[in-house]
Design a protein around this ligand. Sequence first.
Ligand SMILES: Cc1cc2nc3c(=O)[nH]c(=O)nc-3n(C[C@H](O)[C@H](O)[C@H](O)COP(=O)(O)OP(=O)(O)OC[C@H]3O[C@@H](n4cnc5c(N)ncnc54)[C@H](O)[C@@H]3O)c2cc1C
Length: 265
Amino acid sequence: MKDKVYDVIIVGARIAGASLAARLGAAGLQVLILEKDTFPGRTVVSCPLLLSSGMQLLDEIGIDESLYAPDNKRFAGVALEMSEYFRTFVEIPDVYGRHYLYGIDRQVLDQALWKNLDRFPNVTQLKNFSVSALQMDKDGKVTGVTGMFKGGESQSFSADAVIGADGRHSVVARKAQAAVTEEITKYNTAVYYAYWEGVEPYQAQGKEWIQIHSGCNGFSAVVIPASNGLTGVLAQCRHDYFNAPAGVDEWYHHTIRSFQECFND
Ligand SMILES: Cc1cc2nc3c(=O)[nH]c(=O)nc-3n(C[C@H](O)[C@H](O)[C@H](O)COP(=O)(O)OP(=O)(O)OC[C@H]3O[C@@H](n4cnc5c(N)ncnc54)[C@H](O)[C@@H]3O)c2cc1C
């Protein structure tokens, strides 16, 4: 494997990396995908909603809905509450034949994305491998990567192209000195969330809804039922309002409690 030159090396194997690997694999390219984690592995920081447009993309790469939403409820849309001022229900329109959205457990989705790559013999998957450097030729063109397996063995791989799908703090982007083309810092939000058991989905108008409550004071709470009986409950605020002198746990519970009336309604 050491001397092989791949068409493409992809660093990072979650939503961006694994879906790209599936597309390139289907196109017949020789792909090596490297991931420092395992699947199922650590919980990635994300408590997402999946809309029909996202499900359509998963359809395109051959991932059936039952794999990422095994027992998830189909929500009609979002119940949006602005303090005591008004409440509205934002229904998901029928897009690509679906008129619902899901709350997703990233552990489940990410594992489905990784397993889907087993279908492509021309896609080589290596987990527990952390890329630390890029190889470059004398003209500065990237020709491969160097990194280390969890056990400590170092290895290099070569390819015609290297793609960084290694997240927000991308090593690939940093090492390639990629220019930042857009960065929005004005609306930074502090978010803490936990998965709760035994939370009943919010029902109104004969349907079930994801809940978003804004305090209209820079704080909000979001309730996203996902799979396996777990519900993501998010507390969030403008980043410059975040203040947790008694610790994050206390801040989280205090913020959720401030929305208690909405949840009881
Ligand atoms: C609280 C929260 C809520 C969110 N809600 C939503 C939502 O509702 N809907 C939505 O669409 N998005 C949502 N997002 C955003 C979404 O989580 C991200 O856009 C998405 O995870 C980015 O995917 P990615 O594949 O680019 O990167 P990541 O998911 O960050 O994956 C990068 C991968 O690269 C690997 N990696 C990193 N460095 C290396 C290395 N050196 N070598 C090898 N591997 C490496 C990591 O282990 C990881 O597996 C939310 C995010 C947060 C934080």
